[in-house]
Design a protein around this ligand. Structure first.
Ligand code: ZN
Ligand code: ZN
Length: 280
């Protein structure tokens, strides 16, 4: 059975997130460790970090996933922006390490006209630079599959494979599969046959053991449109059933399944209840 949760707000401080997660009914949670729209967010104090770890244990949240800032493009080439991105990514990993967060999910990057393979190589090289600076860290880097909008790479499982292969630190990587993004990029899961075919491809190209986290989002647009627009579970083009298959699929036992659906505050409690009831 999968472990279910949602992307919880850290407003007022990250130490407030565990209680918020439990109030929704989460078993696992995803957070931004800092304001995701600022290059230099307010640092977390020692007091906050200690309180966060204490609250996490008290609330019984079983696993935490961090989502990286939206500003960062590890595949860019404009020097100024790239330096900022690398600094952000490094700071993010330092925060994850400090907060003992095992997984950092990030969107691979955008090629901005330079071409996909160039971008995939850039991403691997830039991540290697950051990891070299940091030395040993525990946090695993989870490449998130994308919907393929704009010049984003990462919509094809082959892209994720190439980043991992180009990197000198391939053992530091895993994958986060976003259901909406996958559906938009041609990985259908609506019928039993399509569902199995998607996991067969994943296994063939990446290996199912690399799959560490799911993002559970229904889609506002029909399949293959490359549009990153999430919908509430069961209200979009994917429908509820495939999510029920995933939470009960023994291949995905104990993996965090995180809701990033749009009407969070009103819907998460109900969506989590449905997912828990669906587990066989
Ligand atoms: Zn996602
Ligand atoms: Zn998305």
């Amino acid at each position: 059975m999968g472990l279910v949760g949602c992307h919880v707000s850290v407003s007022g401080g990250i130490e407030k997130a565990p209680q918020r997660a439990v109030d929704f009914g989460c078993e696992v949670m995803q957070v931004f460790t800092a304001n995701q729209r600022q290059w230099t967010p307010k640092p977390i104090t020692d007091e906050q970090a200690t309180l966060y770890l204490k609250n996490l244990e008290k609330c019984g949240i079983q696993r935490v996933v961090a989502h990286n800032s939206y500003l960062t493009n590890l595949g860019g080439f404009e020097e100024d922006k790239l330096e900022k991105s690398l600094k952000q990514f490094e700071d993010e990993l330092i925060r994850c390490e400090r907060l003992k967060i095992p997984y950092l999910v990030f969107h691979p990057g955008s090629h901005l006209g330079k071409g996909e393979d160039f971008c995939l190589r850039q991403i691997a090289k830039n991540i290697d630079r950051v990891l070299e600076n940091l030395g040993h860290i525990h946090t695993i880097l989870l490449l998130e599959n994308t919907a393929g909008q704009g010049t984003n790479v990462g919509y094809d499982f082959e892209h994720l494979r190439r980043i991992i292969d180009y990197s000198g630190n391939s053992e530091k990587f895993g994958v986060c599969f976003d259901t909406c993004h996958g559906f938009q990029a041609g990985y259908d899961i609506r019928t039993r046959e399509a569902y199995e075919e998607t996991w067969r491809k994943f296994d063939e190209i990446l290996g199912l053991d690399l799959l560490k986290v799911f993002h559970f989002n229904d889609a506002k647009f029909d399949a293959g449109r490359n549009k990153d627009r999430h919908h509430n579970l069961g209200e979009g083009y994917i429908g509820l059933e495939p999510f029920q298959w995933i939470v009960s699929d023994e291949r995905f036992e104990n993996l965090p399944m995180i809701l990033e659906t749009p009407d969070g505050d009103e819907k998460w409690e109900e969506e989590l209840k449905i997912l828990k009831q669906s587990r066989l």
